[in-house]
Design a protein around this ligand. Structure first.
Ligand SMILES: [Fe+2]
Length: 385
């Protein structure tokens, strides 16, 4: 059974080829195009996967896309209706893109495959769709070295889900709990990323890197006004400070006056204030991650934890989590962001949709080190370090 997972059209496009449940090749499109976070159809990554596996396009049994476009459209529409007429500006901006491309993703992807691989094969009948957070959860659990584990996914937003808790066992993955848009730990972090003058969905790692230079002076302000955190780590954002449901920016005037001024202009000089803001959102994020993990350990009784989703790229929070010893063992999907969705889409289709068994070698994950194999001058390949 040969399954190609694809992530595309948002950010970090990627492809992954799974043969009989084994990851044979996986790559992110940006590595070929040199465009950071390249969101386009990952034709180079797909070509790489085929070359690496020595398969022809017609050998692929299923192509699985990492999220469900109709569910995303439903979120867009319902968000607009919930905030109407406030969100009209962002709705009319987004609508043409949705009508043109995203809503018709099945035909868009089929056309891409026809262009790439020819029209002789009925690609549409081989096309499947996975839910965004299921793709993340599958990417976290199925390649892990665990027979069973609690699986926590945290990111900005997929279709509706922003945080999910599942339990994985053998080839099964059962979702126990979800937190839905607009309440999102990833979007809170992105809001502070925007406010401190960095690019959303890209500069979050800079905020994390800036945090140790500051003091978490604003953490109480964030917890008093922006986010209500429960003991089990579940949370709700106070949307009256954010603009991402109704406008084209992350934060609004109320947010700006809460923190005493407008967002920092990108590329302008960084000051202590930005460092303190970074330290504050980092501290709040760590608090939520630790509380979520403790809540998950308590509610599931599981000894192992798997993590994925953009927030799981926060290695500082992950380090704290590891040192807290809440779980015996923790495994993180190395491509925890949307690129890893291609891995999860393919593995999820194999184990869940097609109900195929899963082999686990205790102590060893099945990511094969996640190292790229790059061509050398002699024409062979070598393992990159
Ligand atoms: Fe995601």
């Amino acid at each position: 059974m040969r399954i190609l997972g694809i992530a595309a059209y948002y950010h970090d496009a990627a492809a992954c080829l799974v043969v009989d449940g084994e990851i044979v090749a996986a790559a992110q499109e940006e590595r070929f195009t040199r465009k950071k976070h390249d969101p386009g159809f990952p034709e180079n990554a797909i070509a790489y996967c085929l070359t690496e596996s020595k398969l022809r396009p017609a050998d692929i049994d299923y192509i699985v896309f990492y999220d469900k476009p109709f569910l995303k459209f439903e979120r867009l529409l319902e968000t607009y209706l919930a905030f109407a007429p406030k969100g009209f500006q962002s709705f009319v901006t987004a609508l043409p893109v949705w009508l043109k491309d995203k809503l018709f993703q099945k035909s868009v992807i089929t056309n891409e495959l026809r262009t790439l691989w020819g029209k002789d094969t009925d690609w549409e009948s081989r096309l499947l769709f996975s839910e965004h957070h299921l793709s993340h959860a599958a990417s976290a659990f199925f390649p892990s070295p665990f027979q069973r584990a609690a699986v926590l996914t945290m990111d900005g937003v997929g279709e509706w889900t922003t945080t999910s808790l599942a339990v994985g066992s053998g080839n099964e993955l059962n979702v126990h709990k979800e937190i839905h848009f607009p309440h999102s730990l990833g979007l809170l972090y992105s809001a502070l990323t925007y406010y401190t003058g960095f690019k959303v969905n890209s500069g979050e790692y800079k905020v994390m890197g800036l945090a140790p230079y500051g003091e978490p002076r604003y953490a109480t302000l964030i917890k008093d006004h922006l986010i209500d955190i429960k003991d089990d780590g579940s949370f709700a954002l106070n949307m009256s400070y954010f603009n991402y449901c109704t406008g084209l920016t992350m934060t609004n005037e109320r947010f700006h006056s809460l923190f005493g001024g407008p967002p920092r202009q990108p590329e302008s000089r960084l000051g202590q204030r930005e460092m303190d803001l970074a330290a504050s959102v980092q501290a709040v994020t760590e608090e939520v991650v630790l509380k979520l993990a403790r809540g998950v350990a308590k509610s599931t009784g599981e000894k192992n934890l798997c993590l994925a989703g953009g927030v799981a790229l926060n290695c500082v929070a992950n380090g704290k989590l590891l040192r807290e010893n809440i779980f015996d063992r923790i495994w993180l999907q190395p491509a925890a962001g949307d690129a890893g969705g291609a891995v999860g889409a393919a593995l999820g289709a194999y184990h869940i949709m097609l109900n195929q068994p899963r082999k686990v070698t205790d102590g060893l994950d099945s990511m094969k080190g996640s190292y790229p194999r790059i061509p050398n001058l002699a024409g062979g390949t070598r393992q990159s370090d």
